[in-house]
Design a protein around this ligand. Structure first.
Ligand SMILES: [Zn+2]
Length: 99
């Protein structure tokens, strides 16, 4: 029997929850925040201030934005691929438990 404890109150009365929906929302929000269009606009604004041609700034913005999304997805998947979401039945706190 695996003993999973709540990190908040040390209770073993925990229940596994389905977190796939929450994860999908997380990525939707992330990609909305770091969309190529917005990164291109951001790069153009920076380029204007720094004296670069706007096109160069836009290209840099898209590349930087793409790298940010890939890196954050990699970190997220690496951290959560072996983890499962649980909710404590005693204090109602949610936590991830890596097996
Ligand atoms: Zn608890």
């Amino acid at each position: 029997m695996s003993l999973i404890q709540c990190p908040y109150c040390q209770s073993t009365h925990v229940r596994q929850t389905d977190s796939s929906h929450a994860n999908a929302n997380y990525f939707e929000q992330l990609q909305r925040c770091i969309s190529p269009t917005q990164m291109a606009l951001f790069g153009m604004q920076l380029a204007k201030k720094a004296g670069f041609p706007p096109f160069t700034g836009a290209a840099i913005g898209v590349v930087v934005g793409g790298v940010l999304v890939i890196v954050s997805q990699y970190c997220y998947e690496k951290y959560y691929s072996n983890a499962e979401q649980y909710v404590c039945l005693d204090c109602q706190q949610q936590f991830a438990w890596a097996r």
